[in-house]
Design a protein around this ligand. Structure first.
Ligand SMILES: [Zn+2]
Ligand SMILES: [Zn+2]
Ligand SMILES: [Zn+2]
Length: 138
């Protein structure tokens, strides 16, 4: 395992006291992933680890802001290592590449819409779909 990953797994592990070896294995696999993946794919990769453990660990990592979810154009929800707490994504509809967009930029808009309908905001999601630089010219 590369160093930064080992250190990160160690650090993350400390946030989950009484962590089992199975959970540790899931944390390691998730944080080591470059691209996005579905919970189902992670279950298949983690042979010998119960599905409930995989799902619970993903949920816990998401709660900690270490993993985010990307909504693909076809409605599929994928998981991904998260660089920071609140952010948005640009998704290429051809090759599936995902880019994180740091900073929000739509907060005022969201607040205004919520106020208009008498809502208090619990959260929002914004994904931008398009063709990436490489796929644009195909
Ligand atoms: Zn993200
Ligand atoms: Zn692309
Ligand atoms: Zn936002």
């Amino acid at each position: 395992m590369v160093n930064w990953l080992a250190e990160m797994v160690e650090e993350v592990q400390e946030r989950f006291p009484r962590s089992t070896a199975a959970r540790r294995a899931v944390i390691e696999a998730v944080l080591g992933k470059e691209g996005h993946f579905s919970a189902e794919e992670m279950c298949q990769e983690m042979r010998g680890v119960g599905r409930a453990t995989v799902y619970r660990t993903l949920a816990a990592l998401q709660e900690q802001g270490l993993v985010c979810r990307v909504l693909l154009e076809d409605g599929e929800l994928r998981y991904r290592r998260s660089p920071e707490s609140h952010h948005h994504h640009v998704v290429c509809v051809v090759c599936g590449q995902v880019q994180d967009i740091t900073g929000c930029g739509v907060d005022d808009f969201v607040q205004a819409i919520a106020a208009r309908f008498g809502y208090s905001v619990a959260g929002h999601r914004l994904e931008i779909y398009g063709r990436c630089g490489r796929c644009k010219s195909l």
